[in-house]
Design a binder for this molecule. Structure first.
Ligand code: AVJ
Length: 327
């Protein structure tokens, strides 16, 4: 189902895709009634949570965002040459579209297609980009990309490259990551590909510090999800009765974030009572870390062919370009 009810303003074409209203309350209850109580990481990003995440990216310990940005900046000419001219650059979950900015002048894509569920973030980013890059054609698609993605029909004959920065791929468990990359592959044209940011495995001390910053921004970001749940699911979580915990599980190569119950307690969520034992934990996020080889293996399994990758001198972070495997 192509998105078509478009509205053109200057160089911006606004597309809106019906956002499937899934029952947030039953989804949250299902997670909190699991053996391992779980809240999906997407619930971090209410307005307060998005601000706290921006704060996290400013902490010295949290290296991913600044390292990726400097990689994109430093290698923008090389990346542009690798991606090739006249591509349509599609970014699922584009948010503020800050990262793509460092690439646009070198790449000069035929069009930029941010896919974003927050209409405010999408329109704000489109306005800013059209002011800074008046030559850029923007197709702003308001959609929830976690529920399936489709593109404006007028882009279906173009050479399409997907842009997925920030190592958000790390939130997916291995099988989900494969399935997600396969879905991205379907959005690419046969002569297109994927430009993706992937955080790398490293000294656990660096990872532990990145998710336990001294300023406590990550702790505040993690605890804030309880306030969000209280609002969207009529719950009565008391954040002071929980503590932030983030640890690196080197056996599986992932950061695991939890909210630990500081006492035996009962919380009401959407009219249901959820019992917590003292020390019991809610899983709020996995953040998988890859090696260059393990990510290339995953991309190959999803139908991509690794073409090139860029890492910083300390091998903290990596950016990969993978073309669509020719069948
Ligand atoms: C936005 C998912 C890439 O996993 O590093 C930052 C989110 N969680 N600090 C990450 C996050 C805790 C971030 N991602």
């Amino acid at each position: 189902m192509a998105v078509d009810d478009a509205l053109r303003v200057q160089n911006i074409v606004h597309h809106k895709e019906p956002i499937a209203s899934h029952d947030v309350r039953s989804e949250l209850l299902e997670g909190l009634q699991k053996q391992q109580k779980t809240i999906a990481p997407k619930y971090f990003y209410d307005a307060q949570g998005s601000e706290l995440f921006e704060e996290i990216t400013r902490q010295t310990e949290y290296y991913p965002t600044r390292t990726e940005k400097s990689l994109l900046q430093q290698h923008s000419a090389d990346i542009a040459a690798t991606l090739g001219a006249d591509c349509v650059l599609i970014e699922p979950g584009s948010g503020s579209s800050e990262k793509v900015e460092v690439l646009l002048s070198a790449l000069r894509p035929k069009a930029y297609v941010p896919l974003e569920i927050s209409e405010a973030a999408l329109h704000g980013a489109a306005e800013r980009l059209t002011a800074d890059f008046p030559w850029l054609q923007i197709h702003a698609v308001c959609a929830d990309y976690s529920n399936g993605m489709s593109l404006p029909s007028e882009l279906l004959d173009e050479r399409r490259v997907l842009f997925y920065p920030g190592s958000t791929i790390g939130n997916f468990e291995p099988l989900q990551a494969l399935q997600f990359l396969q879905r991205l592959r379907k959005l690419c044209s046969h002569d297109g590909g994927l430009l993706i940011g992937v955080d790398l495995q490293k000294d656990p001390a660096i990872l532990d510090a990145a998710y336990n910053d001294a300023e406590g921004m990550t702790a505040a970001f993690n605890l804030n999800v309880l306030q969000h749940i209280n609002r969207v699911a009529e719950a009565n979580f008391d954040s002071d009765a929980f503590a932030h915990q983030a640890l690196y599980n080197s056996d599986v190569g992932r950061i695991e974030m939890y909210l630990k119950s500081l006492c035996e307690q009962s919380v009401t969520v959407a009219g249901q009572s959820i019992e917590f034992a003292a020390e019991e934990r809610i899983l709020t996020e996995y953040s998988y870390k890859y090696t260059v080889e393990s990510f290339q293996k995953l991309a190959s399994a999803a139908g991509f062919t690794p073409v090139q990758y860029w890492t910083d001198a300390e091998q903290l972070f990596s950016v990969h370009y993978c073309s669509v495997t020719q069948s």
